[in-house]
Design a protein around this ligand. Structure first.
Ligand code: PGA
Length: 249
């Protein structure tokens, strides 16, 4: 079985460090027999406390990064400043960050910066809406091309891609995506990687957007997702336990 991932994007949750530690401690127990790699991306203010929780099976990541190690970047965090918390991953280009004005050019810069620091980027891509004319394929293609432009093949192969259709994310999601919709996009992503960048190696393609215990297993089996990027459910230990149990089989 190729390596599979579960990534918890905690966003700005939970409200206290104590709760953050309790969530990781619980998930750690439930994970024990799962062969997936679990990556938790908490608010960076909790990294120090979470780095002290002994978790052989959970790795920490950042939700975003500045493009330089240090400097005049008020309110930001860089992968370099988080290295002492043993982070190994960093989300780049999440739709909520793109919505606040992050451009494709900045996302490409971040990707290169993260890779330079030997951290694995989790590149988020996805369209705002589904249209009958299949315009979303062009959106996905452009996001991939602009993110990977200028990167070496090796660097692209060291990236995790998370396809998160924006219309399927969050509590106000228009509807939940289907495993078939995901699989179609996964094939398309592989095609772009091969045709545009000569990548034939396995670059993991994850699904994200309203993942829960009901649909998690389907995205892995029918959707052939290489893993899941989970928002809301990732800070709910009970929901995480149900998801883990569904994908174990
Ligand atoms: P959700 O968020 O699982 O709450 O829909 C996913 C994400 O934004 O990464």
């Amino acid at each position: 079985m190729s390596q599979k991932y579960i990534i918890g994007n905690w966003k700005l949750n939970p409200k206290s460090e104590k709760e953050a530690v309790a969530i990781v401690t619980q998930i750690k127990k439930d994970l024990s027999t799962l062969k997936y790699k679990m990556i938790v991306c908490p608010p960076s203010i909790y990294l120090s406390a979470l780095a002290k929780v002994k978790t052989a099976n959970i790795t920490l990541g950042l939700q975003n990064t500045a493009v330089e190690d240090t400097g005049a970047y008020t309110g930001q965090v860089s992968v370099a400043t988080a290295l002492s918390y043993k982070i190994q991953y960093c989300i780049v280009g999440h739709s909520e960050v793109r919505a606040r004005g992050e451009t494709d050019a900045l996302i490409a810069q971040k990707l290169a910066y993260v890779l330079k620091n030997k951290i694995t980027p989790i590149l988020c891509i996805g369209e705002k809406a589904r249209d009958a004319g299949h315009e979303y394929f062009a959106v996905i293609e452009n996001q991939l091309k602009s993110a990977f432009i200028g990167l070496s093949k090796k660097n692209i192969e060291n990236t995790i891609i998370a396809y998160e259709p924006i219309w399927a994310i969050g509590s106000d999601a228009e509807r939940v995506s289907t495993p078939e919709e995901f699989y179609e996009v996964k094939i398309f992503i592989k095609k772009i990687l091969k045709e545009q960048f000569g990548i034939t190696h396995t670059v993991p393609v994850l699904y994200g957007g309203s993942v829960n215990a009901k649909n998690a297993g389907w995205f892995i089996s029918d959707g052939r997702a290489d893993g899941l990027l989970i928002g809301r459910a990732s800070v709910d230990p009970k929901a995480m336990r149900d998801i883990i149990n569904r994908i174990k089989t």
